[in-house]
Write a protein that binds this ligand. Structure first.
Ligand code: EPU
Length: 420
């Protein structure tokens, strides 16, 4: 079994280069199934979710050439099957994007229910509602999803809740549909804009991505023959910004879009941190104990749920009692039990948690319960006194490229160890 051993406390200092966004990349790869051609994708994060996505595409008939560890050329001219491999699609959430793409390209798909972090109920009713409105028949039986359509037809779809996954999936399905599709109450995350930009580069006609109304004029064919670079990872950038505050360090993050970081920047300033914004890079530093603050997670441009655990580490160390209200996922406070093992004083009740700030955290053996919980534990271990052993690294490796290498470069005493 592998674990990360972090010995602290360390004030993190220096520069970090932010990777391409996981949640954009895991949608761009299945989006290539809509292309009758060859395209190149750069700035892919080197993480396990991307490796699995590529293997799934290969099993469907795509030909992938790795140009380097962040760049692939993918030929999706010859898709040979509409059955996606169950064992692989169940490993992560974004495998559901194959449904939208394959309904658009082939009018047929058979895929297992998606996996991913256990954050509470993760229904896909809004995805199915969108596909059915476009004219597909979708059935869910014995853990499998079957979709069929003759030719999808554009229509107006109102999303009952703001969903990143449903917005992207319905957008994918609508690209090759006949006529115009309008998605109302769409999610506005940067990765939605990235997927729309990618598809438009390949010949799609999508307007309004990044607002709550997206209009997709169906086209006959996507041509490929283009290179696209994945947007920088807003959540990885936010993770390092919060690591700078929690460790009273000083970090400059290169290759980010600071416009995507506004809600995080605002909260960092509220807790007493400092931020200098250079547009495509950002410096964050903090030289005192953070102040308390209250947080409510919201869809973009609100404070992202995917940075809630990392912010939880900052608030565990703050002066005073803070409250976090998690409005997206039912079970995103599992990490608080782990932080409490390190001396934090957190009481979680349903979707609300109270953080009574402590002066110090102490090293302990802890378990990463999901991807962002794992990142929070790395930050906590760096800020804490003594040795923290972090287990369940498969969650972290799904979404953070070389987390220990990046933390080591900015001063953390962190190593990956294989234990019997
Ligand atoms: N929801 C429904 N029905 C649906 C879809 C969603 O009720 O058909 C609900 C969910 O249960 C949740 C809310 O709507 O309460 C929002 O879910 P959303 O669909 O936006 O989430 P997702 O697409 O499954 C993506 C990210 C998550 C991130 C959320 C929210 C990917 C692959 N995953 O999930 O990222 O937390 O959006 O921003 O893009 C992570 O990276 O650690 C992660 C969990």
């Amino acid at each position: 079994m592998e674990k990360l051993v972090v010995t602290g406390p360390t004030q993190l200092k220096g520069e970090v280069t932010i990777s391409g966004a996981k949640n954009a990349a895991v949608a761009l790869l299945p989006a290539t199934l809509l292309i009758d051609g060859v395209c190149t994708i750069e700035n892919l994060p080197h993480i396990s979710d991307i490796e699995i996505s590529c293997t799934i595409l290969e099993k469907l008939g795509a030909k992938i050439t790795w140009n380097d560890k962040h760049c692939i050329t993918i030929d999706t001219r010859n898709i040979t099957t509409t059955k996606a491999p169950l064992d692989l699609t169940s490993k992560f959430r974004a495998s559901y994007y194959i449904i939208g793409s394959m309904l658009g390209r082939k009018g047929e798909i058979e895929v297992g229910m998606p996996g991913g972090c256990k954050l509470g109920a993760r229904p896909i009713d809004q995805h199915i509602k969108g596909f059915e409105a476009l004219g597909a028949t979708v059935t869910v039986e014995k853990g499998k999803i079957y979709g069929k359509a003759k030719k999808l037809k554009g229509t107006s779809i109102y999303m009952d809740i703001v969903s990143v996954g449903a917005t992207i999936n319905v957008m994918l399905a609508a690209v090759l549909a006949k006529g115009t599709t309008t998605i109302d109450n769409a999610a506005k995350e940067p990765h939605i804009v990235d997927v729309a930009n990618f598809l438009n580069t390949m010949g799609a006609d999508i307007r309004g991505a990044g607002t709550d109304v997206i209009k997709i004029n169906g086209v006959e064919k996507l041509h490929g023959n283009a290179t696209y670079s994945v947007v920088p990872d807003q959540i990885e950038a936010g993770t390092f910004m919060l690591a700078a505050v929690a460790t009273r360090g000083d970090l400059t993050l290169k290759n980010c879009i600071t416009k995507h970081l506004e809600s995080i920047t605002a909260k960092i300033i509220e807790v007493g941190g400092n931020v200098e914004d250079y547009g495509d890079s950002i410096r964050v530093w903090c030289n005192k104990r953070p102040n308390k603050a209250n947080i409510k997670t919201l869809p973009y441009p609100g404070f992202p749920t995917d940075l809630q655990p990392q912010m939880g580490v900052v608030l565990s160390l703050a002066n005073g009692t803070s409250v976090i209200n998690e409005s997206i996922w039912e079970s995103r406070f599992q990490y608080t039990d782990e932080l409490n093992k390190m001396g934090a004083k957190i009481t979680a009740q349903g979707k609300t948690a109270f953080f009574e700030g402590v002066k110090k955290l102490y090293g302990a053996p802890v378990y990463s319960t999901d991807l962002r919980a794992g990142a929070a534990l790395v930050i906590a271990g760096t800020a804490a006194q003594g040795e923290t052993d972090i287990y369940n690294l498969q969650h972290i490796d799904r979404g953070y490229e070389d987390i220990e290498g990046k933390f080591r470069k900015i001063g953390a005493n962190i190593k990956r160890v294989t234990e019997e």
